[in-house]
Structures are given as C-alpha cells and as structure tokens.
Design a protein around this ligand. Structure first.
Ligand SMILES: NC(=O)c1ccc[n+]([C@@H]2O[C@H](COP(=O)([O-])OP(=O)(O)OC[C@H]3O[C@@H](n4cnc5c(N)ncnc54)[C@H](OP(=O)(O)O)[C@@H]3O)[C@@H](O)[C@H]2O)c1
Length: 251
C-alpha cells in the first residue's frame, strides 16, 4: 500500500503527552516512534522493561530529540493496570492521548490472575480499566483522545455473556473475536458518553488492515511461512499499518 500522506506534514505535537500500550514492537512501536518524531512526550507502556529499553534506544537512534518514558504495564493484571495509572497520575499533570494498542491473538487457553480469558483480559478489560482510571487526566486538557485498536475479526465472535471465559469449551478464534468486538464497542460507547458529558475528549477506533507484526506469534509455523510468501501482495508493513493509529491521534 502506498500513501501520499507524510508524517512531516502533520501538526507538531510538542507540549503533548501520550501513552502507547504495547509500544515494544509492531504497530505500537511505529505509533510511538511517529508521535515522538512530531514532538510528543511518549510513555512506552510495556510489560517487559528490557524490551522497552531496547525500543527506547531504537527510537532515539533515529530521533535524537525524542522524549520517552518507560512505565511497566501488564494488561493481564488489573493490579498492574492500577499501579501504572497511579504512577502516571503522580508523574504527569495531564494526558493528551491514550492509544489502547497492546494485544494478543489466538493464544492457547489461559486465565488471567483476575479470572478472565486471556485475550479478553488483555485486549479489552485491561484497557477498559486503564482508560477509566486515566480519564481524569484526559479531561484535564482540551481536545484529548483515546484511540483503540479494532480489527475486522470483531466479526469472528460475539459477546458470550453466558460464558465469557469459555469455561464450557474454548475457541481461540471466537475469544479473539469477542475481545476485538468489545474493543470496538468500547470505542463507540466511550465516544457517546464523552459527548454526553460535554467534554472535548474524543474516543476513536483505528484499524491497521493486515500488517506485518508479531501478532501471529501463536499461529503454526506453516502460516508464518505462507505469510512471508504472501506478504508483498496482501500484507502491509507495521509502519503503514500504524498510519490509522497516529492519524487518529493527530489534530
Ligand atoms: N497486525 C495486524 O494485522 C492487526 C490487525 C488488526 C488489529 N490489530 C491489533 O493491533 C494491535 C497491535 O498488534 P500488533 O499487530 O502490533 O501485534 P504485536 O507485534 O504482537 O504487538 C503486540 C504488543 O502488545 C504487547 N502486549 C501483549 N500482551 C501484553 C500485556 N499483557 N501487557 C502489556 N502489553 C502486552 C506486546 O508486548 P511484548 O513485546 O512484551 O510481547 C507487544 O508490544 C492489537 O490490538 C491487535 O489486535 C493488528
């Protein structure tokens, strides 16, 4: 995919503060890099501090002026989400942009420490709590944004209210679909509620198309091989896939 859209043509983000979850690799990395390149102070909200340090160095290699912070966040743990939000609130006066990016796909059956099926826990419920806890900081400034990563796979499932944790039989596909449908519904409902409150914060969903990232890590090896062959035809780079993330973020 080619785009006539150039990062350099976007408004400066100097003076703004952003949080990108899962900024280590893939779309999160490209989003954080682009925001930092335009002058935003970016918090890399990552579960793995070592990987986050390497990410920070990599961004600084190409953008020496980048202002980056590493803060630990494991979205599979509500305790970790609360601790992240507490530290953020102590350290920063306001938040201009929250990018709910981190995610896992088609994982083997696993229950989080809070009792949620893992994909629902990480992709949706962790971000739901995070956004709620950070809302006062988002409302401490004007025209702030929450960007949530959606996926066409919201069509793969439903919200299984009677068995949300798949205790009666697991389908990794349905569970991923459920989590991404919840993310999309969250983005819409959050927007509706923010508008009703009359505040200038907005909530948006961003879709990255099919992008070449590590999201496929749980899929069988032959799919990785097939993806390599098909990539030039059907799959775009993570940098291209991140475009909707940061176009949604700019104003
Ligand atoms: N790639 C696509 O084609 C595509 C299509 C539609 C939607 N999406 C969505 O795009 C988002 C980003 O995915 P991606 O493609 O960039 O995948 P990725 O390369 O696998 O990156 C996912 C990121 O999420 C982080 N993460 C996973 N579990 C976490 C946890 N418990 N706590 C905190 N961070 C965690 C990972 O951290 P580690 O580095 O520590 O593992 C990684 O930084 C996801 O929400 C996905 O659903 C992607």
């Amino acid at each position: 995919m080619t785009s006539g859209w150039k990062l350099e043509e976007t408004p400066s983000q100097a003076g703004k503060i952003g949080v990108v979850t899962g900024a280590n690799v893939g779309l999160g990395f490209e989003t954080a890099k682009a925001l930092a390149a335009r002058g935003m102070e970016v918090v890399l909200a990552c579960r793995n501090r070592e990987k986050a340090k390497a990410t920070k160095d990599k961004i600084i290699e190409s953008h020496a002026q980048a202002s980056l912070h590493i803060m630990e966040l494991d979205l599979s743990s509500l305790k970790s989400v609360r601790s992240f939000a507490e530290k953020f609130k102590q350290q920063f006066e306001k938040l201009d942009l929250l990018v709910n990016n981190a995610g896992v796909m088609l994982t083997p059956y696993q229950i989080t420490e809070d009792g949620f099926e893992q994909q629902m826990g990480i992709n949706y419920l962790g971000h739901f709590l995070l956004a709620g806890l950070l809302l006062p900081k988002l409302e401490a400034a004007e025209n702030t944004r929450i960007v949530t990563l959606s996926s066409l796979s919201h069509n793969w499932g439903d919200i299984y209210f009677d068995d949300m944790a798949f205790e009666e039989g697991y389908s990794s596909r349905k569970a991923y679909g459920q989590s991404k449908l919840a993310c999309l519904m969250f983005a819409y409902e959050m927007q509706r509620r923010l508008k009703a409150r009359g505040h200038s914060t907005i909530s948006l969903a961003a879709h990255p198309g099919i992008s070449d990232t590590e999201l496929v890590r749980n899929l069988p090896k032959f799919i990785h091989l097939m993806a390599k062959v098909l990539a030039p035809i059907f799959i775009q780079s993570a940098a291209e896939g991140a475009l909707p993330n940061f176009t949604d973020s700019f104003r």
